[in-house]
Write a protein that binds this ligand. Structure first.
Ligand SMILES: Nc1nc2c(ncn2[C@@H]2O[C@H](COP(=O)(O)OP(=O)(O)OP(=O)(O)O)[C@@H](O)[C@H]2O)c(=O)[nH]1
Ligand SMILES: [Mg+2]
Length: 356
């Protein structure tokens, strides 16, 4: 999974990036180049299984985070478009919104703190970037269709879809709010529209405001898929020796470090889930989408396993945990045999029986 970090200048993107990835960034990177870091998704289920099984190898799920320079309406279009283009390959976006004031940081580019305004501005940037692609596609398709008398049905269909997107974007709607058939979503995949990506809104607040009423009220206003963090405190804590971290997290009443919260929230916002394979060679987490069935899960492991799929042996992580082991769970009848159509649940421990 790949997650792009967007936001206005000086909202705290690079600070959050450093907090999540442990990259000791210098803070603001104004060079315009994107920074990318891959992190293993912390997963205590994997830790527990590994402790018990002592496998040769432990593999966590991975997420790439991409940090780019801030964009805003005062900037040249070309610069905005080229900055945002580094995010096109992301599966989702994290939008960092500034809600802290600090004499030691450069001022907010709009002078005042107004997250709702900032969200609108950022969304407008994404919309403009997508509109540029849609417009040129519409133009191209119209030309193509007028040239040939026997027009391809496919092109006509695409033109209709693109015109629908154009209208929606022009009236300020994000693509991900539109309802699409699976055929339409498939058609759009190659365009990598930014406003089609699921978005997590991260309100970056002062450490004293983390649990305050203003923050709660603002999160309410921003609606679903929004969380509050203090990027700078998180970055400072991430730089500490692991043995010292808990004390500081407790002092700030941060239940869980930003990396975990952000990843978990991204998984939710993106509709992602994990299943686990647990054997002596390897204890491993795999990423799937909500609703994926056992056959799709098998295909993640290997195409041969999907092709030769017979049955999936499934133990829910909770049952494993309650019984205190895989053998114990089996002995207590907690292992189920499921077919190809079984919808895999988060934390399912799978063993696929297959024949090739
Ligand atoms: N007090 C406070 N300062 C912060 C926080 N997060 C970031 N800052 C400061 O705000 C300034 C900008 O932070 P960056 O992380 O560089 O912001 P950015 O969004 O990456 O900025 P650009 O890449 O230039 O668009 C730096 O001086 C940070 O130290 C925070 O949570 N609290
Ligand atoms: Mg930055």
């Amino acid at each position: 999974m790949r997650v792009g970090i967007v936001g206005l200048p000086y909202s705290g993107k690079s600070t959050l990036f450093a907090a999540i990835t442990g990259a000791h960034g210098t803070g603001s990177d104004r060079s315009g180049a994107a920074q990318v870091a891959t992190i293993a998704v912390p997963d205590e289920r994997i830790d527990k299984l590994a402790q018990l099984i002592q496998p040769k190898k432990i593999t966590y799920a991975h997420v790439d985070f991409v940090d780019v320079a801030g964009v805003g309406s005062e900037m040249e279009r070309e610069q905005v478009l080229s900055t945002l283009s580094a995010l096109r390959e992301s599966d989702g976006l994290v939008h960092v919104i500034r809600f802290f004031d600090s004499p030691s940081a450069p001022p907010h580019p709009r002078k005042t703190l107004d997250p709702v305004r900032d969200v609108k501005e950022m969304e407008a940037e994404l919309i403009v970037a997508d509109l540029a692609i849609v417009e040129s596609r519409v133009e191209k398709l119209e030309k193509q269709i007028s040239k040939f008398t026997a027009t391809l049905e496919k092109d006509k269909k695409e033109l209709l879809l693109m015109q629908r997107l154009q209208k929606a974007l022009e009236s300020g709607e994000l693509i991900h709010t539109l309802s699409m058939t699976s055929e339409e979503s498939f058609l759009l995949r190659t365009f990598q529209f930014l406003s089609e990506k699921p978005m997590l809104k991260v309100l970056n607040v002062h450490e004293d405001a983390l649990h305050g009423p203003e923050t709660a009220a603002m999160l309410e206003k921003l609606g679903a898929n929004s969380i509050a963090i203090c990027a700078r405190a998180e970055k400072d804590i991430a730089e500490l020796d692991p043995s010292e971290r808990q004390e500081f997290l407790d002092a700030l009443k941060i239940g869980e470090p930003a990396a975990r919260r952000i990843i978990r929230s991204c998984y939710d916002a993106l509709g992602l889930r994990s299943f686990i394979t647990a054997g002596e060679p390897d204890v491993r987490a795999w990423t799937i989408r909500v609703g994926d069935n056992a056959l799709t899960a098998a295909g993640k492991i290997h195409s041969d396993i999907a092709r030769g799929f017979i049955r999936a042996e499934v133990i829910a992580y909770k049952d494993f945990d309650e019984c205190g082991g895989l053998k114990e769970a089996k002995a207590q009848g907690k292992q189920r045999l499921e077919g190809k159509e079984y919808v895999v649940q988060d934390g399912d421990i799978l063993n696929i029986r297959f024949k090739v």
